[in-house]
Write a protein that binds this ligand. Structure first.
Ligand code: NI
Length: 139
């Protein structure tokens, strides 16, 4: 690395977390922790920029939930109908007796997509969710 503008900083974390991080580093093939941290930071910043900018994005929203949760199925459907313009497709997978995985393909204004994500993720019974988007057209 020959960059003149390289800064160093110390990071403190629990040993168990560091162990898992080192495991990830090995799995992903990074040579150093620094390299891995840089990539994670870049990834996070890019994702945050796309989510905040007022531009058209497209991507996928994953939802994991327990369909036995009272009212959840109805609420999920109502919200998705409210955002029908931004939803290209929804695919539902029954993972087991309780758990469902829903893959929602979205396209629309970044702010609108972010609001949709927040509404769906905050529903009681939704255990985990993740939005991954990219700008539709390069600036
Ligand atoms: Ni299901």
């Amino acid at each position: 690395m020959t960059s003149k503008n390289l800064s160093r900083f110390g990071v403190s974390m629990e040993e168990s977390l560091l162990e898992r991080f080192d495991q990830l580093i090995e799995e992903k093939g990074y040579k150093t922790r620094s390299e891995a941290v840089r990539d994670l930071v870049r990834e996070k910043l890019v994702q945050q920029k796309w989510e905040q900018d007022d531009q058209e994005v497209a991507g996928c929203l994953l939802l994991f939930y327990d369909h036995h949760q009272r009212h959840l199925m109805g609420e999920l459907t109502t919200i998705q109908h409210d955002y029908h313009d931004a939803i290209l497709a929804t695919t539902h997978f029954h993972l087991d007796h309780h758990n469902c995985l829903e893959m929602i393909v979205v396209r629309g204004n970044a702010q609108e997509i972010r609001t949709l994500r927040d509404k769906l993720l905050s529903l009681k019974g939704v255990k985990y969710g993740e939005l991954s988007v990219s700008p539709v057209s390069e600036p």
